[in-house]
Design a protein around this ligand. Structure first.
Ligand SMILES: [Zn+2]
Length: 129
């Protein structure tokens, strides 16, 4: 059973990743959302969680309070918003870096995308009553 992860849990996981060189991760760059690299070895990146929640598939709004765009490497990782609210969390078997993946279904294409989780960019949920 793969758990749904909260922002706090994702933050914790991404803080645990190491900075050591990695023969898999170092072959691509995805500080912002990128099309899944052709050399991405999915078997080395098991899914460890999801970021879905009740009704999340109906939320298409993005979160850019600082005028970032979805393609900015500074755009916040806001799990309540698109596309984070339908992402899978994968983790490298070797260096423990954590990534988000989702599939974009365009009118005429399907695009698998990936983004490295930078803990500094995660929007931590405000405690609700
Ligand atoms: Zn790695």
């Amino acid at each position: 059973m793969i758990p749904n992860l909260s922002a706090a849990e994702l933050h914790q996981l991404s803080c645990e990743s190491t900075e050591k060189p990695c023969e898999f991760c170092d072959t691509f760059q995805c500080d912002s959302w990128e099309t899944l690299p052709t050399n991405f070895v999915a078997s080395e990146y098991p899914v460890i969680g999801h970021c879905r929640f009740e009704g999340s598939e109906n939320i298409w709004e993005e979160y850019h309070p600082d005028k970032t765009t979805m393609w900015s490497n500074q755009s916040p990782i806001a799990l309540q918003y698109y596309p984070y609210n339908r992402s899978d969390v994968v983790q490298c078997n070797h260096c423990k870096r954590v990534y988000l993946r989702y599939t974009e279904f365009g009118g005429y294409y399907v695009d698998q995308r990936i983004r490295l989780v930078n803990p500094c960019l995660i929007l931590l949920e405000e405690a609700s009553s």
